[in-house]
Every structure is written in C-alpha cells, then in structure tokens.
Design a protein around this ligand. Structure first.
Ligand code: UT7
Length: 325
C-alpha cells in the first residue's frame, strides 16, 4: 500500500515587500538581490497575523481539492521551525484551529528540508498501514528571526505555508521513494538560537544580532549544490529510474543560482525545473509545497508524471521525495 497526494493548497501573509521596499530596511539594491538570489518580492508576516492561521488556510484548500472533510484525516505532520511555542507543537495548534481532536499531530524539525522529511515520515507511516489520510504541511516564518540590520540575511526570507493531503492507495501512483540525509558537522552554517521572541517586520522589538539567523552563506551555497545533486541522483537510482524519467523537479527555493547550478550538474533543461523564488523568496519548509501547488495551478503537472521534490537546509539536512502523479 503506497501513499498518493490528492490535494494541495498554499497561503501567505498579506504583506508583499519588493526589493525596493527592502531598501528602506537595509543597505541593498534590487540589482544585487536579483542577480545574487533571483528574488524579487517576498510575503512577510505582521504582528497581528498568525502562521497557524495561515497554515490552516492552506490546509483547508488542500482538503477542498482532495474532496475531503477535515474530519476524514487521521494524522497531521508539520515540517516547521517557526512555532511560537517550544511546546505545544505547531501541529497541535493547527489541529485545534481546524476543529480536530484525538488524531496524532506532531512537528518534524528539519529547517528548510522540513516538508521533504514530513512527506517521508507520513509515507512510511502509511506504508505501515497505520494511517490512511494524512495532512502534511510545510510552514515557516523565518522573517520573525531576522536581524533587520543584517543585509546578508534579511533580504532572503519570506513567510508562508503549503499543505498536501496524502491518502493510502494501492496502484502505480504515489510516493515512489524518499531519501533523507543529515550532517550535524555543518550545524553552524545556518542556525537560530531559540529566544521565544517573535520579531515581525512591523514590531518595535528587535532580536539581538546574536539571537538572529546566523548564516555562512557562500559555504552553505557550495555544500547545498553538492548535496542536492547527490540526493537527486540517489533517490532516482534507488527507484530504478533514470533522470530522464523525471518530468518536473520542484526544488527548495532558496536561491535561483543554487537551483540553476544543480540543474546544470544534473543535465536538466530549465523547462524541467519549477521556480517561483522570484515572488516568494526563501520560505523554508513552506517552499516546496507552495511551489507544488503553483506548478499544478499552472498546468505543469499531468497524470503519470514523475516529480522530484528536493531541499537542503539547516542541520545540515537535505533530502528528496520521488512521486508519480
Ligand atoms: O534555505 C537554506 C539554504 N540556504 C542557502 O542555501 C543559502 C546559500 N547561500 C546563498 O544563497 C548566497 O551565499 C547568498 C545569497 C546568501 C549570498 O550571495 P553571495 O554571492 O555568496 O554573496 P557574499 O555573501 O559572498 O557577499 C558578496 C558581497 C559582500 O560584499 P564584499 O564583502 O564583497 O564587499 C556582501 O557584503 O555582497 C555584499 N552583500 C550585499 N550587498 C547588497 C551581501 N548581502 C547584500 C545585500 N545587498 N543584501
């Protein structure tokens, strides 16, 4: 028994900031941000908004597309590092917000790879026949963890949530395989101290620089390209397929230069790689499910297509899911 994705949804905060808007906050330029990252705009959460609420909106859309009621779900798995609380989990807050009770709800913490990890966890549990209808969410608001005086990080991130509904189903469609990897030796390439302070872009309160996102960008860039290439090749090979069999790659949207470098190493033509980093920036665990939902909306995915989802982020964590649509 495998698991199939039967509905997707996405939601974002209401405030969209362009690169020129960012110039009011840090010493930067539209030209620098576009050429170094491919980012043009990003949605940023404000102090009167709730990421749980945004995730619930994305989840309701995914359920609607799946033609299921929330009460049909039997588990919730959320890839996130942005819960307002150390506990309860983001997933428990989302469960309550959706009016659900008793079903297991838990978070998977793998930073930008959180959604890839969550899909793998959900798929494994479904293969073990424990659950048959699972809501999997990627939700993050890394903008609340920024030092707004640090131009090397503050222009990169955006906030949002993406959701999918997975159902267990026999047959050729569904998750063909996943591969998860971590390398704790690189933990300090990208990190944030837990401070319990949510510093939205409109908040008076600011994180002290040492408590904000710390990133060794250029080093991370080089390792991310290598990791994404390796995990993509390996997950395809393990499934007994060739890279040519992949119809569309939906990568984590951290930086267009990373996405292009990986595609080039893999010999993939640009039309086989979906990108939307220009509009959203790096939304961490939300980036892959948001991109998947947009790719469907743009008619880039058809029945029988083989999709490859991949990501790399803090931990270091990285991984891939291979899915037949
Ligand atoms: O999602 C998790 C995974 N995240 C990643 O994989 C991120 C990986 N890293 C990257 O995407 C890139 O390393 C960055 C986009 C973060 C940085 O790009 P870069 O080409 O590696 O630039 P850099 O850090 O080497 O900085 C080059 C120059 C520096 O100036 P100097 O020292 O050469 O004078 C920076 O101070 O660009 C300057 N700079 C900026 N200038 C204008 C850095 N940020 C900015 C900025 N605006 N926002």
């Amino acid at each position: 028994m495998g698991s199939r994705i039967v509905g997707t949804g996405r939601a974002t905060p209401r405030t969209l900031l362009s690169n020129n808007d960012m110039r009011r906050l840090v010493d930067t330029s539209d030209e620098w941000i576009r050429t170094r990252t491919g980012i043009g705009t990003r949605f940023l959460i404000r102090s009167d908004e709730s990421l749980v609420e945004i995730a619930a909106e994305a989840s309701c859309r995914a359920l609607e597309r799946a033609g299921l009621k929330a009460s049909a779900l039997d588990a919730i798995v959320v890839g996130t590092v942005s819960s307002d609380y150390a506990f309860p989990s983001f997933a428990c807050q989302l469960q309550h917000r959706m009016g659900l009770d008793l079903i297991p709800a838990f978070d998977v913490s793998a930073a930008c790879s959180g959604f890839i990890y969550a899909v793998s966890v959900a798929d494994s549990a479904m293969r073990a026949a424990e659950y048959s209808r699972v809501l999997v969410v990627g939700a993050d608001a890394l903008s609340t963890m920024l030092d707004w005086a640090d131009r090397r990080t503050s222009v990169l991130f955006g906030d949002g949530a993406g959701a999918i509904v997975m159902v267990s189903e026999p047959g050729p469609s569904g998750v063909l395989g996943s591969l998860l990897r971590s390398s704790g030796q690189y933990w300090n390439l990208l990190s944030v101290k837990a401070t319990g302070v949510r510093c939205t872009v409109d908040a008076e309160q600011r994180r002290a620089p040492g408590d904000a996102i710390q990133m060794r960008g250029p080093e991370l860039f080089r390792i991310a390209v290598r990791c994404m290439e390796e995990v993509t090749r390996s997950v395809v090979e393990r499934a007994g397929l060739q890279l040519e069999d992949v119809s569309l790659v939906i990568p984590h949207q951290a930086n267009l230069r990373i996405i292009n470098a990986v595609a080039e190493r893999l010999g993939l033509s640009p039309d086989k790689v979906f990108t939307n980093v220009e509009r959203y920036g790096n939304t961490s665990a939300a980036s892959v499910p948001i991109a998947l939902d947009e790719a469907l909306e743009q008619n880039r995915i058809h029945a029988g297509d083989v999709l490859l989802l991949n990501a790399c982020g803090g931990g270091l964590t990285w991984g891939a899911n291979l899915v037949r649509w």
